[in-house]
Design a protein around this ligand. Structure first.
Ligand SMILES: C[S@@+](CC[C@H](N)C(=O)[O-])C[C@H]1O[C@@H](n2cnc3c(N)ncnc32)[C@H](O)[C@@H]1O
Length: 271
């Protein structure tokens, strides 16, 4: 299937609309761990005009508001925006596409995006848009999931599906891609015109009762991984679960499993 940005956009939008109501309990337990380091990397402090790009239910924006920033949120999922507006009425949440952020030139001091950029069909357009709406000297900081050598929970899930199921079973259109490593982030930031670019690894752990709960969280709280898990046959699913249960054994303790997760935090300055 050839890359089709419109198909990716509609697939992602439908997926995030579906996930919105369960995102907080299912997936934000992973993504929220990286909000404070992301805001630190963007040097968010009181009075800064900040855009939370791909804001989802608004947890990043709410944390920036807590630091005294003046926050706007942008997302293209109406269901995510409804969650965000209900949670955080003090933030102006706007509907729009990250590929064409609907804001004036140079109107933000900082833009942050937590696990949003890699879902955008053409991330280079989003980065150019961010560059345009930042003031000179303004900072962009974003997170992506790290590669499987560091992001162990993802590796174990993909390995189990590869071994006992079919990772290509879903009808998801091929993603835009290009954002898997720190080097990818640095290159894309540079190409969009950012200077003083940096990328560093941040680590966390994702805790669940067992492997079935980890899979259920991804199924309820994500778009593309949810589609992959959903597409596995009834025959394959028990084997995937037991394969994942065995693979997560090294991270089991008295309370369940606590599997390492990791992301890249990338930053650049609008020169
Ligand atoms: C993994 S969630 C992250 C949400 C939030 N940033 C957080 O940290 O919890 C990805 C979000 O990106 C949004 N998104 C994906 N592609 C987008 C696009 N092209 N334009 C705007 N939002 C997009 C989705 O609707 C979803 O809310």
């Amino acid at each position: 299937m050839p890359f089709d940005p419109d198909a990716v956009r509609e697939f992602e939008r439908a997926g995030w609309n579906r996930a919105a109501a369960t995102y907080e309990t299912a997936f934000a337990t992973a993504t929220r761990q990286f909000i404070a380091p992301l805001l630190d990397a963007a040097m968010i402090d009181a009075g800064a005009k900040v855009l939370d790009l791909c804001c989802g239910p608004g947890f990043v924006g709410a944390a920036a508001l807590g630091r005294g920033a003046i926050v706007t949120g942008l997302d293209f999922s109406p269901a995510m925006l409804a969650e965000a507006r209900a949670r955080c009425p003090a933030i102006a949440f706007r509907h729009g596409d990250a590929e064409a952020p609907p804001f004036d030139d140079a109107c933000f001091d900082a833009v942050v995006s937590n696990f949003g950029i890699h879902h955008v069909p053409r991330p280079a357009l989003a980065l150019s848009g961010v560059h345009r709406i930042l003031r000179h000297g303004g900072k962009f900081a974003f997170t992506i999931w790290a590669g499987h050598d560091e992001n162990i929970a993802w590796k174990l899930v993909f390995d189990a599906v590869e071994r006992f199921g079919d990772p290509r079973a879903s009808a998801a259109p091929p993603p835009g891609g290009g954002f898997a490593t720190a080097a990818d982030c640095l290159r894309a930031l540079h190409d969009a015109g950012f200077s003083r670019t940096e990328a560093e690894l941040a680590r966390g752990t994702w805790r669940h009762d067992d492997a079935a709960a980890l899979l259920a969280a991804l199924r309820a709280g994500t778009a593309r991984m949810a589609a992959m898990i959903q597409a596995q046959t009834d025959a394959a699913m028990p084997e995937i679960v037991s394969g994942l249960e065995a693979a997560t054994a090294p991270w089991r303790d008295g309370a369940g499993i606590a599997v390492p997760i990791a992301c890249v935090i990338a930053t650049g300055i609008r020169s």
